[in-house]
Design a protein around this ligand. Sequence first.
Ligand code: FAD
Length: 380
Amino acid sequence: MSTSTEVLIQGGGPAGLATAIALRLQGIACTIVDAVEPADLDKACGEGLLPDALCALRELGVRVGPTDGYDFSGIRFANTTDSVEACFPDSAGIGVRRTLLHQRMRERAEELGVRMMWGSRGKPLTANSMLVDGVETYFRWLVGADGGASSIRKGVGLDAGTVRSQRFGFRQHYEIAPWSERVEVYWGDHEQAYVTPIANNCVCVVLITRDAKANRKNILEGFPELAKRLKNAPVVTQQRGAGTVTRRLKRVTKGNVALVGDASGSPDPITGEGLAISFRQAQALAECIANDNLKPYEKMHRSIGARPHTMSLLLLAMDRWPRVQRWAIRALASRPELFEELLAIHLGVESVLRFAWRRGPLLGWKLLAPRSVGKTLENV
Ligand SMILES: Cc1cc2nc3c(=O)[nH]c(=O)nc-3n(C[C@H](O)[C@H](O)[C@H](O)COP(=O)(O)OP(=O)(O)OC[C@H]3O[C@@H](n4cnc5c(N)ncnc54)[C@H](O)[C@@H]3O)c2cc1C
């Protein structure tokens, strides 16, 4: 028995589904093969969709409505002594339960006629065929959207690249009315807990740490302010954990194979950018496949990841050196408009170069002079 499809996508997570949707919008036939059934496809995630992710979903025609989640208008950073917050420049983000986001994306894929094979695994046969559920499946293009541990990436030899850090994430939902319109990031020494409002009566909390042996039972241990807030809030989901790797690959294509989403490398989850860049990569890849040429995808992929990876390095530096983290939050708390500008850079609304030109020398000097930072920042 045999069958064929133009594009075979291994992995039906957000990146695989976005790729399939983008391909169908170009009129290209595609099939998704995912090892897991949708009902079991929950994943440790902060569940925050930044404005750019929402914009990409809109372009793909995925309907995430206001009743699907909880809007947030910005970000707040806090440690035990200081805090600073800022609004997004022009639009809101939304916290959406991961399972519901997946459902909305599946609905759209189904509407566009994507063939989806859940609970199935593919076994590579040749460069243009795979055995899927005992059926030889022929394809022109193969897309690896099979997450951080991608077997397609390893199989075709695209593993070469840089691994910047390896951390662990633990997720938990609490039944409580959100107390803030922001995603809150609580900074401890070498770990962060961040809170995304996802419904009128629910928040999602993620602990990200370098310590594999972190106290998984009490992810709030190092965060007294947060622990106090959630003291009486019932835990409403089973805790989920995930390893997370900050990785950049040298190449994301080889022959007729292309990687997308976490399979193609990812910034640290603290950036909150994983979904947004997966959707942008999916759109770029579909465009290249439609043009019968994967070559431009390398450049497009690098450009989509450039800003999130730079922000990832800065945030990881704050994680690695607690003193830097404390200076930075204190400095930003004394001049919240700087935080607002950094947030605009993070979202791609403001350019890094323009910011560096305007604020860089003085800000760098202040950060390198921690004792006087509070006073002298007045003059930035
Ligand atoms: C702790 C944590 C918090 C995060 N918080 C946020 C956040 O708040 N906002 C944000 O934008 N991003 C966040 N991210 C990042 C985001 O979750 C990822 O970038 C996103 O899930 C990438 O999607 P993906 O489809 O590439 O991979 P995945 O979601 O991992 O999907 C991969 C799919 O491939 C399937 N698969 C794997 N192997 C095979 C195989 N051999 N055969 C068939 N199928 C296979 C899996 O079943 C799965 O469905 C977070 C990540 C972590 C770890």
